[in-house]
Write a protein that binds this ligand. Sequence first.
Ligand code: TRP
Length: 339
Amino acid sequence: MRIVSGIQPTGNLHLGNYLGAIRNWVKMQDEVTASGGQCLYFLADLHAISMPHTPAELAANTREMVAALVACGIDPDRSILFNQAQVPQHAELQWLLNGTARMGWLNRMTQWKDKAGKNREGASVALFTYPVLQAADVLLYQATHVPVGEDQKQHLELARDIAQKFNNDFCPEDAPLFTLPDAFIPPEAARIMSLRDGSSKMSKSDPSDMSRINMTDSADTIMQKVKKAKTDPEPLPAEAAGLEGRAEARNLVAIYAVMAGTTVDAVLAEFGGEGFGKFKPALGELLVETLAPINARFLQLREDKAGLDAILRKGAEKARALAVPTLDKTYEALGLVRG
Ligand code: TRP
């Protein structure tokens, strides 16, 4: 079993990031490496240049994301943690796969359509070929499983199509080069909503800092934000159906459930009939218990730029060693002479 997944470096990380991809990566690392499998996790910094960006911010966000991943439990000794920019094989394989990917396939990608919007002529070429780089990311390492959010499922299917066509066009039938990767979409990838408005996602760009729990928040701040979170005057219902039309209440109960590793119904079995005066402190404590140590570690790691760079450098070295054999075979399969 070989797990490969990437995340775009962003700054101002919050609870939504933690409960989204990051926590799931940690869980997979713990399970997969214990049974002899391998995990490769990388920062998709090459993908980040497909949209307008500020170079200094990209560099800072890349390091910040490494600090966050390590603080949350990604262990650079057990997982291979790196950034694409230090493993040139990603970009090389992308170019080689550009011969196999079809314009029509890329034109159907919903992320391309959404991100390019009405102004396709003004979109970068990188935004269009983004999914081919993503295919290269996973095919380069012969990934068997790729944990992603629902929104990335289509890109993973494209990676399989590219692998299949390449194997078909350039490999003997009994010796396909690329492994077809399976998307793995974690069941409990809950959508964490704003603490001020249960209908919008928790986001770093919300002007109200009270809307989110940041990875830089202290225990006191976390508790205060939970206590001030928007709710309604009704007590909690006894089961999930009773949260219908109560977006804020539902969000808080959902956060409790994921943090406690249980279900919404189980949380309501415990708190049904209680008001928020009782529920909020319990939720606050649960969040503080898990997040306060992570946040403290994050703040500490973030200061150590040289240490973070060393983690990425070592991870990249391991990644390159795994990447080279597949890349060599790809050149060869295509008839590219490299003396
Ligand atoms: N496109 C992914 C996202 O935005 C990030 C990503 C890049 C990725 N390469 C990948 C995810 C390879 C999984 C595998 O979330």
